[in-house]
Structures are given as structure tokens and as C-alpha cells.
Ligand binder design. Structure first.
Ligand code: ACO
Length: 176
């Protein structure tokens, strides 16, 4: 039987301080720096779940709605939402905190996909992820739809094979 692990076992919190070297000329956090931190926190969550070497396979849409300022404290929270065969979807939520004013806002969230690999880089199976809380179950349920969407966009799945997306693409049976 396939090994099972609770989603909560993969949970990671990472805290960073925005320093001058992390910012652009407006003293706002660079998007690339944020993505670097997101990649690290989510890779650790995927490693915790799989106990394996993991590689980033894809990054879903990341938008930067509000700038994060020099001196802010950035907290990144990540957990595996669902495991497939060798791949795992990880949800990352980012908060920006201005300590002097006490203002803390959620600035970004994203889904990254990691694949567990052996020493030669070949994909290997990972344990099943078991959601427990209402939020974990909601993320788990949506993960199949998001997986199909990203595989279709990556050209690795035909839209006609993406059963969960039929309603979005309005495809009829047998249509390519
Ligand atoms: C932590 C880091 O930053 S690592 C550095 C950046 N990342 C890398 O260098 C990764 C480079 N890419 C690779 O090594 C390979 O393409 C891999 C391991 C991701 C996939 O290898 P493939 O030979 O294509 O393997 P395969 O076709 O068997 O697919 C393996 C899994 O990857 C998943 N996968 C492959 N490409 C994608 C993609 N673009 N998006 C989401 N999942 C993907 C597949 O769906 C499959 O998942 P499953 O086993 O759960 O069904």
C-alpha cells in the first residue's frame, strides 16, 4: 500500500527581512527575490513530504498586487496540497509586515509543483498527502483541476484528456 502522510507534516514557515540589496530603486522588494524565497520555502515543504531530492517542475501564475517595502518582515508559509505519482503541488502564502505600524497584509499566494527524483534525476513516487482541515481539503480538491490546467498549458496533456477542465474549455466528447 502507498505510504500516507498528513498535509500538516509538510508545513514550513520562513521569515525574511527586506534589506537594501533585495530592493529596486524605489526601495521595494524585487519580484525575483520574492520568487527565490517562494521557491526555497516550497521546496522544503515538498522535501518534508517526500523525504527526497525535489526539483521545481512548474510555477503557476504569481502576481504582485502590492509592493513590499525596505525594512518589512516577510513571512512565507508553504504546505503540500496534494501528491500525485512523483509530483506534489505546494501552496505558498506570503505576508508582509511593517513592524513600526503593526500592519501585516497577505501580499501574494501561489502554487508551485515539485517532482521527487532519485540521484540520477529520475522521477520517483512519493507518499499520498492526507488533508485534515477544511482549508486543506478545499486545496486538495482543487489540485486536480489546477494540475490538468498546468499540464495542458505546458503541452503535456491534450485539453480533451483534461476531464476536470471540460466545463472551462467547453469541450465535447472526442473533440481534440
Ligand atoms: C528546487 C529547484 O529549483 S530545482 C531547479 C529547477 N528545476 C529543474 O531543474 C527541473 C528540470 N526538469 C526535470 O528534471 C524534469 O523535467 C522533471 C523531473 C520535472 C520531469 O521529468 P520527466 O522525464 O518529464 O518525467 P515524467 O514525464 O515521468 O513526469 C514526472 C512528473 O513530473 C510532472 N511534470 C512534468 N512537467 C511538468 C510541468 N511542466 N508542470 C507540472 N508537472 C510536471 C508530471 O506530471 C509527472 O507527475 P506525476 O508523476 O505526479 O504524474
Amino acid at each position: 500500500m502507498r505510504k500516507q502522510k498528513k498535509v500538516s507534516e509538510s508545513y514550513v514557515i520562513m521569515t525574511e527581512l527586506v534589506l537594501p540589496n533585495d530592493t529596486n530603486t524605489l526601495h521595494n522588494l524585487m519580484g525575483g527575490k520574492m520568487m527565490h524565497w517562494m521557491d526555497i520555502v516550497s521546496a522544503i515543504a515538498a522535501q518534508r513530504h517526500s523525504n527526497r531530492i525535489v526539483v521545481t517542475a512548474s510555477v503557476d501564475n504569481v502576481s504582485f498586487a502590492e509592493s513590499i517595502k525596505l525594512g518589512n518582515v516577510v513571512t512565507l508559509e508553504a504546505k503540500v496540497t496534494r501528491a500525485f505519482s512523483s509530483s506534489m503541488e505546494v501552496h505558498i502564502v506570503v505576508y508582509a509586515e511593517d513592524i513600526p505600524s503593526g500592519r501585516k497584509v497577505m501580499s501574494n499566494q501561489a502554487f508551485f509543483t515539485f517532482v521527487a527524483v532519485d540521484q540520477s534525476g529520475k522521477a520517483i513516487d512519493v507518499p499520498e498527502a492526507i488533508p485534515e482541515t477544511e482549508e486543506e481539503i478545499k486545496l486538495y480538491d482543487g489540485a486536480l483541476r489546477r494540475r490538468q490546467l498546468r499540464l495542458v498549458l505546458a503541452g503535456r496533456m491534450k485539453p480533451s484528456e483534461a476531464n476536470e477542465l471540460r466545463s472551462i474549455f467547453d469541450l465535447k466528447e472526442g473533440q481534440e
